[in-house]
Design a protein around this ligand. Structure first.
Ligand code: CAA
Ligand code: NAD
Length: 295
Protein backbone atom coordinates (compact mmCIF):
# COMPACT_ATOMS: atom_id res chain seq x y z
CA UNK A 1 0.00 0.00 0.00
CA UNK A 2 1.05 3.66 -0.28
CA UNK A 3 3.69 4.83 -2.74
CA UNK A 4 5.09 2.26 -5.14
CA UNK A 5 8.54 1.15 -4.06
CA UNK A 6 11.45 -0.70 -5.56
CA UNK A 7 14.30 -2.58 -3.95
CA UNK A 8 17.66 -0.90 -4.50
CA UNK A 9 20.14 -2.87 -6.63
CA UNK A 10 22.10 -5.11 -4.27
CA UNK A 11 25.01 -6.37 -6.29
CA UNK A 12 28.15 -5.22 -8.06
CA UNK A 13 28.00 -8.30 -10.33
CA UNK A 14 26.11 -7.33 -13.47
CA UNK A 15 24.22 -10.12 -15.17
CA UNK A 16 24.41 -9.24 -18.86
CA UNK A 17 24.18 -12.79 -20.18
CA UNK A 18 22.44 -15.74 -18.54
CA UNK A 19 22.34 -19.45 -19.31
CA UNK A 20 20.01 -22.25 -18.32
CA UNK A 21 20.84 -25.96 -18.36
CA UNK A 22 17.83 -28.05 -19.28
CA UNK A 23 15.12 -26.92 -21.70
CA UNK A 24 12.25 -28.75 -20.02
CA UNK A 25 9.19 -27.35 -18.25
CA UNK A 26 11.31 -25.11 -16.03
CA UNK A 27 14.34 -24.40 -18.24
CA UNK A 28 12.06 -23.37 -21.11
CA UNK A 29 10.07 -21.08 -18.80
CA UNK A 30 13.21 -19.48 -17.35
CA UNK A 31 14.61 -18.87 -20.85
CA UNK A 32 11.34 -17.24 -21.94
CA UNK A 33 11.17 -15.02 -18.86
CA UNK A 34 14.79 -13.90 -19.12
CA UNK A 35 14.43 -12.99 -22.80
CA UNK A 36 11.07 -11.29 -22.21
CA UNK A 37 12.57 -9.13 -19.48
CA UNK A 38 15.61 -8.26 -21.61
CA UNK A 39 18.49 -10.48 -20.42
CA UNK A 40 19.78 -12.71 -23.26
CA UNK A 41 19.97 -16.36 -22.30
CA UNK A 42 21.65 -19.47 -23.66
CA UNK A 43 19.45 -22.57 -23.26
CA UNK A 44 21.42 -25.82 -23.22
CA UNK A 45 20.02 -29.33 -23.28
CA UNK A 46 21.28 -32.77 -24.25
CA UNK A 47 18.30 -33.42 -26.53
CA UNK A 48 17.40 -31.46 -29.66
CA UNK A 49 13.70 -32.33 -29.09
CA UNK A 50 13.76 -30.57 -25.72
CA UNK A 51 15.33 -27.44 -27.28
CA UNK A 52 12.67 -27.45 -30.01
CA UNK A 53 9.90 -27.78 -27.42
CA UNK A 54 11.37 -24.96 -25.29
CA UNK A 55 11.65 -22.63 -28.30
CA UNK A 56 8.15 -23.65 -29.49
CA UNK A 57 6.62 -22.77 -26.11
CA UNK A 58 8.40 -19.37 -26.04
CA UNK A 59 7.16 -18.59 -29.59
CA UNK A 60 3.63 -19.57 -28.60
CA UNK A 61 3.58 -17.31 -25.53
CA UNK A 62 5.06 -14.37 -27.45
CA UNK A 63 2.71 -15.04 -30.39
CA UNK A 64 -0.27 -14.66 -27.99
CA UNK A 65 1.04 -11.25 -26.95
CA UNK A 66 1.30 -10.14 -30.60
CA UNK A 67 -2.22 -11.45 -31.35
CA UNK A 68 -3.67 -9.43 -28.47
CA UNK A 69 -1.82 -6.31 -29.58
CA UNK A 70 0.40 -6.31 -26.46
CA UNK A 71 3.62 -6.64 -28.47
CA UNK A 72 4.78 -5.74 -31.97
CA UNK A 73 5.99 -8.46 -34.32
CA UNK A 74 9.40 -6.75 -34.34
CA UNK A 75 9.61 -6.86 -30.52
CA UNK A 76 8.55 -10.50 -30.57
CA UNK A 77 11.30 -11.47 -33.00
CA UNK A 78 13.82 -9.43 -30.98
CA UNK A 79 12.76 -11.23 -27.80
CA UNK A 80 12.97 -14.67 -29.40
CA UNK A 81 16.45 -13.89 -30.72
CA UNK A 82 17.58 -13.35 -27.10
CA UNK A 83 17.20 -17.11 -26.51
CA UNK A 84 20.07 -19.12 -27.94
CA UNK A 85 19.32 -22.86 -27.96
CA UNK A 86 22.36 -25.13 -28.00
CA UNK A 87 23.59 -28.67 -27.42
CA UNK A 88 27.20 -27.51 -26.85
CA UNK A 89 28.82 -26.72 -23.50
CA UNK A 90 31.31 -24.46 -25.25
CA UNK A 91 28.48 -21.99 -26.04
CA UNK A 92 28.02 -21.28 -22.31
CA UNK A 93 31.30 -19.38 -21.87
CA UNK A 94 29.83 -15.86 -22.05
CA UNK A 95 27.28 -16.47 -19.27
CA UNK A 96 27.57 -14.44 -16.04
CA UNK A 97 25.03 -16.71 -14.31
CA UNK A 98 23.94 -20.29 -14.96
CA UNK A 99 20.67 -21.77 -13.71
CA UNK A 100 20.90 -25.56 -13.61
CA UNK A 101 17.42 -27.01 -14.32
CA UNK A 102 18.08 -30.66 -15.19
CA UNK A 103 16.41 -33.70 -13.63
CA UNK A 104 15.85 -33.81 -9.83
CA UNK A 105 18.68 -36.25 -9.16
CA UNK A 106 21.54 -35.24 -6.82
CA UNK A 107 24.19 -37.28 -8.65
CA UNK A 108 23.29 -35.84 -12.07
CA UNK A 109 23.12 -32.32 -10.67
CA UNK A 110 26.47 -32.67 -8.86
CA UNK A 111 28.14 -33.94 -12.03
CA UNK A 112 26.68 -31.13 -14.14
CA UNK A 113 27.65 -28.44 -11.61
CA UNK A 114 31.19 -29.79 -11.13
CA UNK A 115 31.72 -29.81 -14.90
CA UNK A 116 30.45 -26.23 -15.18
CA UNK A 117 32.78 -25.07 -12.41
CA UNK A 118 35.70 -26.65 -14.23
CA UNK A 119 34.92 -25.18 -17.63
CA UNK A 120 33.38 -21.76 -16.90
CA UNK A 121 35.40 -18.58 -16.24
CA UNK A 122 36.17 -18.07 -12.55
CA UNK A 123 33.49 -16.07 -10.75
CA UNK A 124 30.57 -17.28 -12.87
CA UNK A 125 27.55 -17.47 -10.57
CA UNK A 126 26.20 -21.03 -10.41
CA UNK A 127 22.66 -21.74 -9.26
CA UNK A 128 20.34 -24.73 -9.09
CA UNK A 129 16.60 -24.74 -9.64
CA UNK A 130 16.32 -27.90 -7.53
CA UNK A 131 12.91 -28.30 -5.87
CA UNK A 132 14.07 -30.19 -2.81
CA UNK A 133 17.76 -31.24 -2.78
CA UNK A 134 19.91 -29.54 -0.13
CA UNK A 135 22.17 -26.88 -1.59
CA UNK A 136 24.97 -27.99 0.74
CA UNK A 137 24.78 -31.52 -0.69
CA UNK A 138 25.10 -30.18 -4.27
CA UNK A 139 27.89 -27.83 -3.11
CA UNK A 140 29.97 -30.84 -2.00
CA UNK A 141 30.83 -31.33 -5.67
CA UNK A 142 32.28 -27.82 -5.97
CA UNK A 143 35.69 -26.33 -5.15
CA UNK A 144 34.20 -22.84 -4.80
CA UNK A 145 30.82 -23.26 -3.06
CA UNK A 146 30.82 -19.53 -2.33
CA UNK A 147 29.78 -18.92 -5.96
CA UNK A 148 26.76 -21.24 -5.70
CA UNK A 149 23.22 -21.05 -4.31
CA UNK A 150 19.69 -22.26 -5.00
CA UNK A 151 17.43 -20.29 -7.38
CA UNK A 152 14.07 -22.01 -7.18
CA UNK A 153 11.42 -20.83 -9.64
CA UNK A 154 7.80 -22.00 -9.66
CA UNK A 155 5.75 -23.52 -12.43
CA UNK A 156 4.59 -21.92 -14.71
CA UNK A 157 7.61 -19.60 -14.56
CA UNK A 158 6.05 -16.75 -16.59
CA UNK A 159 3.08 -16.51 -14.20
CA UNK A 160 4.44 -17.37 -10.73
CA UNK A 161 6.01 -14.36 -8.96
CA UNK A 162 8.00 -16.16 -6.26
CA UNK A 163 11.66 -17.20 -6.55
CA UNK A 164 13.26 -18.84 -3.50
CA UNK A 165 16.96 -18.06 -3.24
CA UNK A 166 18.62 -20.63 -1.04
CA UNK A 167 21.74 -19.78 0.88
CA UNK A 168 24.10 -22.69 1.42
CA UNK A 169 26.49 -22.73 4.41
CA UNK A 170 29.32 -21.43 2.20
CA UNK A 171 27.41 -19.20 -0.23
CA UNK A 172 28.88 -15.67 -0.29
CA UNK A 173 26.81 -12.50 0.09
CA UNK A 174 28.13 -11.45 -3.31
CA UNK A 175 26.48 -14.51 -4.89
CA UNK A 176 23.18 -14.01 -3.04
CA UNK A 177 23.06 -10.33 -4.03
CA UNK A 178 23.78 -11.11 -7.70
CA UNK A 179 21.00 -13.72 -7.78
CA UNK A 180 18.52 -11.44 -5.98
CA UNK A 181 19.25 -8.76 -8.60
CA UNK A 182 18.76 -11.19 -11.46
CA UNK A 183 15.44 -12.37 -9.98
CA UNK A 184 14.30 -8.74 -9.70
CA UNK A 185 15.37 -8.13 -13.30
CA UNK A 186 13.13 -11.05 -14.27
CA UNK A 187 10.21 -9.26 -12.59
CA UNK A 188 10.06 -11.83 -9.79
CA UNK A 189 9.66 -11.48 -6.02
CA UNK A 190 12.69 -13.18 -4.45
CA UNK A 191 12.90 -14.41 -0.89
CA UNK A 192 16.19 -15.60 0.63
CA UNK A 193 15.78 -18.77 2.68
CA UNK A 194 17.99 -21.21 4.58
CA UNK A 195 18.93 -24.64 3.30
CA UNK A 196 17.02 -27.84 4.15
CA UNK A 197 15.20 -30.47 2.06
CA UNK A 198 12.34 -28.68 0.26
CA UNK A 199 13.45 -25.22 1.50
CA UNK A 200 10.35 -23.17 2.36
CA UNK A 201 7.59 -23.76 -0.21
CA UNK A 202 8.06 -27.49 -0.76
CA UNK A 203 8.09 -28.10 2.99
CA UNK A 204 4.52 -26.83 2.81
CA UNK A 205 3.48 -28.21 -0.59
CA UNK A 206 4.84 -31.77 -0.35
CA UNK A 207 3.13 -32.63 2.95
CA UNK A 208 -0.09 -31.52 1.17
CA UNK A 209 0.70 -33.88 -1.73
CA UNK A 210 1.52 -36.64 0.81
CA UNK A 211 -1.82 -36.09 2.57
CA UNK A 212 -3.57 -36.28 -0.81
CA UNK A 213 -1.73 -39.53 -1.73
CA UNK A 214 -2.79 -41.10 1.57
CA UNK A 215 -6.42 -40.19 0.88
CA UNK A 216 -6.20 -41.89 -2.53
CA UNK A 217 -4.55 -44.98 -1.02
CA UNK A 218 -7.42 -45.08 1.48
CA UNK A 219 -9.91 -45.10 -1.39
CA UNK A 220 -10.67 -41.46 -2.26
CA UNK A 221 -11.41 -40.66 -5.88
CA UNK A 222 -8.69 -38.26 -7.04
CA UNK A 223 -10.94 -36.41 -9.49
CA UNK A 224 -13.47 -35.73 -6.74
CA UNK A 225 -10.72 -34.39 -4.48
CA UNK A 226 -9.65 -32.06 -7.31
CA UNK A 227 -13.22 -30.89 -7.88
CA UNK A 228 -13.66 -29.97 -4.22
CA UNK A 229 -10.31 -28.18 -4.01
CA UNK A 230 -11.03 -26.25 -7.23
CA UNK A 231 -14.77 -25.57 -7.23
CA UNK A 232 -15.53 -25.23 -3.56
CA UNK A 233 -12.28 -24.63 -1.71
CA UNK A 234 -11.29 -22.20 -4.46
CA UNK A 235 -7.72 -23.14 -5.33
CA UNK A 236 -6.75 -22.78 -9.00
CA UNK A 237 -6.09 -26.51 -9.39
CA UNK A 238 -6.50 -29.60 -7.21
CA UNK A 239 -3.56 -31.81 -6.14
CA UNK A 240 -3.90 -34.48 -8.85
CA UNK A 241 -3.99 -31.93 -11.67
CA UNK A 242 -1.14 -29.97 -10.07
CA UNK A 243 0.98 -33.15 -9.83
CA UNK A 244 0.36 -33.70 -13.56
CA UNK A 245 1.48 -30.11 -14.23
CA UNK A 246 4.63 -30.48 -12.10
CA UNK A 247 5.50 -33.85 -13.69
CA UNK A 248 4.98 -37.18 -11.90
CA UNK A 249 8.66 -38.13 -12.45
CA UNK A 250 9.81 -34.89 -10.80
CA UNK A 251 7.25 -35.26 -7.99
CA UNK A 252 8.45 -38.84 -7.40
CA UNK A 253 12.08 -37.68 -7.02
CA UNK A 254 10.99 -34.80 -4.77
CA UNK A 255 8.91 -37.04 -2.48
CA UNK A 256 11.95 -39.32 -2.13
CA UNK A 257 14.15 -36.42 -1.00
CA UNK A 258 11.46 -35.18 1.40
CA UNK A 259 10.86 -38.68 2.83
CA UNK A 260 14.62 -39.07 3.46
CA UNK A 261 14.85 -35.59 4.97
CA UNK A 262 11.78 -35.83 7.22
CA UNK A 263 11.11 -39.57 7.66
CA UNK A 264 8.79 -39.10 10.62
CA UNK A 265 6.52 -36.71 8.69
CA UNK A 266 6.89 -37.52 5.02
CA UNK A 267 7.22 -41.30 4.64
CA UNK A 268 5.79 -42.46 1.31
CA UNK A 269 2.43 -44.20 1.58
CA UNK A 270 2.49 -47.82 0.44
CA UNK A 271 1.18 -48.06 -3.12
CA UNK A 272 0.91 -44.31 -3.40
CA UNK A 273 -0.30 -43.10 -6.80
CA UNK A 274 2.82 -41.02 -7.55
CA UNK A 275 5.07 -44.09 -7.19
CA UNK A 276 2.72 -46.27 -9.23
CA UNK A 277 2.46 -43.74 -12.08
CA UNK A 278 6.21 -43.02 -12.04
CA UNK A 279 6.90 -46.76 -12.44
CA UNK A 280 4.39 -46.89 -15.29
CA UNK A 281 6.09 -43.86 -16.91
CA UNK A 282 2.87 -41.85 -16.68
CA UNK A 283 4.67 -38.56 -16.13
CA UNK A 284 1.67 -36.21 -16.37
CA UNK A 285 1.16 -33.46 -18.93
CA UNK A 286 4.69 -33.79 -20.31
CA UNK A 287 3.85 -37.19 -21.85
CA UNK A 288 0.11 -36.76 -21.96
CA UNK A 289 -0.86 -39.26 -19.23
CA UNK A 290 -0.75 -39.06 -15.46
CA UNK A 291 -3.76 -38.89 -13.18
CA UNK A 292 -5.61 -37.59 -16.26
CA UNK A 293 -5.15 -38.09 -20.00
CA UNK A 294 -4.26 -35.14 -22.22
CA UNK A 295 -4.69 -34.52 -25.97
N1 CAA B 1 2.90 -21.01 -18.99
C1 CAA B 1 2.82 -19.71 -19.27
N2 CAA B 1 1.71 -18.99 -19.10
C2 CAA B 1 0.62 -19.62 -18.64
C3 CAA B 1 0.62 -20.98 -18.32
C4 CAA B 1 1.82 -21.69 -18.52
N3 CAA B 1 1.92 -22.99 -18.23
N4 CAA B 1 -0.60 -21.33 -17.86
C5 CAA B 1 -1.37 -20.21 -17.93
N5 CAA B 1 -0.62 -19.19 -18.40
C6 CAA B 1 -1.02 -17.83 -18.66
C7 CAA B 1 -2.15 -17.75 -19.69
O1 CAA B 1 -1.63 -17.74 -21.01
C8 CAA B 1 -2.78 -16.39 -19.35
O2 CAA B 1 -2.02 -15.37 -19.92
P1 CAA B 1 -2.61 -13.87 -20.10
O3 CAA B 1 -2.74 -13.28 -18.73
O4 CAA B 1 -1.60 -13.17 -20.94
O5 CAA B 1 -3.94 -14.06 -20.75
C9 CAA B 1 -2.59 -16.31 -17.82
O6 CAA B 1 -1.57 -17.27 -17.48
C10 CAA B 1 -3.84 -16.63 -17.08
O7 CAA B 1 -4.24 -17.94 -17.43
P2 CAA B 1 -5.61 -18.54 -16.96
O8 CAA B 1 -6.68 -17.47 -17.00
O9 CAA B 1 -5.85 -19.81 -17.67
O10 CAA B 1 -5.28 -18.95 -15.49
P3 CAA B 1 -5.31 -18.14 -14.15
O11 CAA B 1 -4.85 -16.74 -14.21
O12 CAA B 1 -6.62 -18.37 -13.53
O13 CAA B 1 -4.16 -18.94 -13.37
C11 CAA B 1 -2.05 -19.72 -12.77
C12 CAA B 1 -2.90 -19.20 -13.92
C13 CAA B 1 -1.65 -18.53 -11.88
C14 CAA B 1 -0.81 -20.37 -13.35
C15 CAA B 1 -2.90 -20.72 -11.92
O14 CAA B 1 -3.34 -21.74 -12.77
C16 CAA B 1 -2.17 -21.28 -10.76
O15 CAA B 1 -1.95 -20.63 -9.75
N6 CAA B 1 -1.80 -22.56 -10.84
C17 CAA B 1 -1.12 -23.25 -9.76
C18 CAA B 1 0.31 -23.18 -10.04
C19 CAA B 1 1.11 -23.71 -8.90
O16 CAA B 1 0.64 -24.01 -7.82
N7 CAA B 1 2.40 -23.82 -9.16
C20 CAA B 1 3.33 -24.37 -8.24
C21 CAA B 1 3.75 -25.74 -8.73
S1 CAA B 1 4.89 -26.48 -7.62
C22 CAA B 1 6.36 -25.79 -8.03
O17 CAA B 1 6.51 -25.06 -8.96
C23 CAA B 1 7.51 -26.09 -7.12
C24 CAA B 1 8.27 -27.33 -7.32
O18 CAA B 1 9.42 -27.30 -6.95
C25 CAA B 1 7.68 -28.57 -7.85
P1 NAD C 1 11.88 -31.72 -17.27
O1 NAD C 1 11.87 -33.21 -17.21
O2 NAD C 1 10.74 -31.03 -17.93
O3 NAD C 1 13.21 -31.22 -18.01
C1 NAD C 1 14.49 -31.62 -17.67
C2 NAD C 1 15.38 -31.35 -18.88
O4 NAD C 1 16.74 -31.52 -18.50
C3 NAD C 1 15.12 -32.32 -20.05
O5 NAD C 1 14.86 -31.57 -21.22
C4 NAD C 1 16.44 -33.09 -20.18
O6 NAD C 1 16.76 -33.42 -21.51
C5 NAD C 1 17.42 -32.06 -19.62
N1 NAD C 1 18.70 -32.62 -19.16
C6 NAD C 1 18.94 -33.77 -18.48
N2 NAD C 1 20.27 -33.89 -18.23
C7 NAD C 1 20.87 -32.78 -18.75
C8 NAD C 1 22.21 -32.32 -18.81
N3 NAD C 1 23.21 -33.03 -18.29
N4 NAD C 1 22.48 -31.13 -19.42
C9 NAD C 1 21.46 -30.41 -19.95
N5 NAD C 1 20.16 -30.80 -19.93
C10 NAD C 1 19.88 -31.97 -19.34
O7 NAD C 1 12.07 -31.22 -15.78
P2 NAD C 1 11.61 -29.84 -15.12
O8 NAD C 1 10.23 -29.99 -14.60
O9 NAD C 1 11.97 -28.70 -16.00
O10 NAD C 1 12.55 -29.85 -13.81
C11 NAD C 1 13.89 -29.43 -13.86
C12 NAD C 1 14.34 -29.04 -12.46
O11 NAD C 1 13.50 -27.99 -11.95
C13 NAD C 1 14.25 -30.19 -11.43
O12 NAD C 1 15.31 -30.06 -10.54
C14 NAD C 1 12.92 -29.91 -10.75
O13 NAD C 1 12.85 -30.44 -9.45
C15 NAD C 1 12.93 -28.39 -10.72
N6 NAD C 1 11.60 -27.78 -10.60
C16 NAD C 1 10.53 -28.33 -11.25
C17 NAD C 1 9.28 -27.72 -11.13
C18 NAD C 1 8.10 -28.26 -11.84
O14 NAD C 1 6.96 -27.92 -11.46
N7 NAD C 1 8.25 -29.10 -12.86
C19 NAD C 1 9.14 -26.56 -10.35
C20 NAD C 1 10.26 -26.01 -9.72
C21 NAD C 1 11.50 -26.64 -9.84
Amino acid sequence: KGKSRKLAKQSDVEIKQAAVLGAGIMGGGIAYQSAYKGTPIIMKDIQQDALDLGMGEASKLLGQKVKRGHMSMEKMLGTLSKIKPTLNDSDLQSADIIVEAVVENPKVKQAVLAELEKTMPEGTVLTSNTSTICIDLLAEALDKPENFCGMHFFNPVPKMPLVEIIRGAKTSDKTINAVVDYALKLGKSPIVVNDCPGFFVNRVLFPYFAGFSKLVVEGANFAKVDKVMENVFGWPMGPAYLLDVVGIDTAFHCTGVMADGFPERMARADKDPVTIFANEKRFGQKNKAGFYKYE
